[in-house]
Design a protein around this ligand. Structure first.
Ligand SMILES: [Zn+2]
Ligand SMILES: [Zn+2]
Length: 550
């Protein structure tokens, strides 16, 4: 049988987020990750963005399983939306498993959820999947080796080569080298930090800086970081213990993950170190650390509430030090800036990136990416997890290392790489894209609705209501004008009077047979109002004409 192997990215190639990669052989597919993207500011009212599943939907039964490389939202966030429709088993490492289980529970879904550990191998359809330990900004992250009848595909997951990780478990370089010796058909590698020369610093390099900052702080220290970053959380706990501070944990996600981390043995917490917020309030400020969510300025997070002085238990005061220990995810600059402004106004000393040196990335820089290529020596190379510019640069990096440019494939979402005995080539693209989640609606808000929302938010709305005689077209009443988000209703009266006249004038000029055609009357009203508001106010509200035939 001359079957082909297909690599089908449904998300994550062309953006940071939305990661979902299909590996297909014959009629079987396994998905690597299933993530969300957070909405851009122009996506008004959108809560989440998930990958378009049309391709899988049109091929029922093809997807056999989903394997998660780690528990970050851009890798597991879309899972509930996918397994709701396609109830295939999901495989995850223990920490990711706990996070996914929570998610499924929140969505009231019962779906098969399997646990694996780095070093495990198992079969899914025609594939043999092996998990390889790598270091990243979350515990329990893995790369994958997927053995197929045509050769082995290595997917790095999100990784860096931290040689001195806090838990003493560096990435399994030997396994990658062994795979390289045995022959790797294709390498799919993380491109996030391809722009950064050298090596990403170790998590451990932060310990001394945290300690110095904690010792210098006169009052309380509040650290905001990602709730899933257990190693960063461990640093905060350790440094608090050595500098004589107790730690109070704030924010639902942080409380949940500290608990999961303790249960699974990833967090070592000395007895008595963690206290509740009420107890922390009774301690001298220089004996208190607060550990909180909200490093991205999320409006409902503990940190944002504290910054706005809207938190039930915690107030920031002069003398407090706030550490934002995370990178700024593009798109969040404004909300993070707002939070920092508010904290500064309350007298806090705010330390944040890129100045503070109290964060290191979880992604490999150039030298590590080169090492990954060196170890695995793939026949074909596909950069993943990046915007287009990152993917281009990563291809360049591979070419610099001697890979033939024809063997480096710059794929975007929906582009398909087909491999068979004769070699690898690009095949016809498949449906892909972004699906918006707004409240309980999935996919019912598309580009047209978003354009309307943008238009409404730019210019507001004017509703024009006209009553006409259905037989003669004679105007019985109106047009009545009502507006929202357009201009102060009080001040609008004079404009609206003139606008009404403009509409009546336009209607009077209509041919008699058009007056009894509501669609034409509406269009005439719309045109007249658009013209009038543009001329007098230079504004373009959304105009909604209504014609009632009596
Ligand atoms: Zn990640
Ligand atoms: Zn990621």
């Amino acid at each position: 049988m001359n079957e082909v192997l297909r690599i089908v990215p449904l998300g994550g190639l062309g953006e940071i987020g939305l990661n979902m990669m299909l590996i297909e052989y014959g009629d079987s597919a396994v998905a690597i990750d299933c993530g969300v993207m957070f909405p851009e500011p122009s996506m008004l009212g959108i809560d989440l963005v998930i990958p378009d599943l049309t391709y899988l939907r049109e091929r029922p039964g093809r997807l056999q399983a989903i394997v998660c490389t780690h528990g970050h939202e851009d890798h597991v966030g879309a899972l509930p939306f996918v397994v709701r429709e396609m109830p295939v088993p999901t495989y995850a490492t223990p920490f990711a498993h706990a996070l996914v289980a929570h998610k499924l529970e929140e969505h009231e879904l019962v779906r098969p959820l399997e646990r694996f550990r780095a070093g495990d191998s198992w079969r899914v359809g025609p594939f043999e999947i092996e998990a390889i330990h790598i270091t990243h900004s979350i515990v329990d992250a893995v790369g994958l080796a997927i053995r197929t009848p045509l050769g082995t595909i290595v997917h790095t997951g999100d990784f860096k080569f931290d040689q001195t990780p806090l838990d003493g478990l560096p990435s399994d370089l030997r396994r990658f080298a062994a795979l390289g010796d045995a022959g790797v058909l294709a390498l799919l590698s993380d491109s996030t930090n391809v722009d950064r020369p050298g090596v990403t610093p170790s998590e451990r390099s932060l310990t001394a800086r945290f300690e110095a900052t904690f010792r210098r702080a006169r009052g309380r220290v509040l650290v905001a970081t990602f709730a899933s970053h257990l190693h960063r959380i461990q640093q905060v706990l350790d440094v608090s213990a050595t500098t004589g501070r107790r730690v109070a944990v704030l924010g639902r996600g942080m409380v949940q993950n500290v608990e999961i981390g303790r249960d699974l043995g990833y967090l070592r917490v000395p007895p008595g170190l963690i206290v509740d917020v009420a107890e922390a309030r009774g301690l001298p400020p220089e004996r208190v650390t607060l550990l909180s969510t909200g490093s991205q300025g999320e409006p409902l997070s503990a940190l944002a509430r504290i910054a706005m002085d809207d938190h039930k238990q915690v107030r920031v005061e002069p003398g407090d030090t706030v550490i934002m220990s995370s990178r700024i995810i593009p798109g969040n600059e404004k909300s993070i800036g707002d939070v920092i402004n508010h904290l500064c106004r309350r007298g806090a000393d705010v330390l944040h990136e890129p100045y503070a040196g109290l964060h290191v990335s979880g992604h490999a820089s150039q030298s590590e990416l080169q090492l990954m290529l060196q170890l695995t020596r793939p026949r074909y190379f596909v950069p993943v997890h990046g915007e287009y510019r990152h993917l281009v640069r990563h291809c360049g990096l591979a070419a610099d290392m001697g890979l033939a440019p024809a063997d480096c494939f710059l794929l975007e979402d929906g582009d398909v790489l087909e491999i068979d005995a004769a070699g690898a080539r690009r095949a016809e693209s498949v449906a892909s894209g972004r699906v918006f989640v707004d409240g309980k609606g999935v996919g019912d808000v598309g580009d047209v609705v978003l354009r309307d929302r943008r238009h409404l938010s730019d210019g507001g709305l004017v509703l024009a209501i006209l009553a006409v005689n259905q037989h003669t077209g004679e105007i019985i009443s109106g047009p009545d004008l009502i507006s929202r988000g357009f201009v102060f209703e009080d001040e609008s009266q004079v404009y609206f009077e003139h606008a009404k006249e403009a509409v009546l004038e336009a209607l009077a000029a209509l041919a008699p047979e058009s007056r009894t055609a509501p669609a034409e009357v509406k269009e005439e009203m719309r045109k007249a109002l658009r013209r009038y508001f543009r001329k007098t106010l230079e504004r373009r509200p959304v105009i909604l004409p209504v014609v009632m035939e009596l």
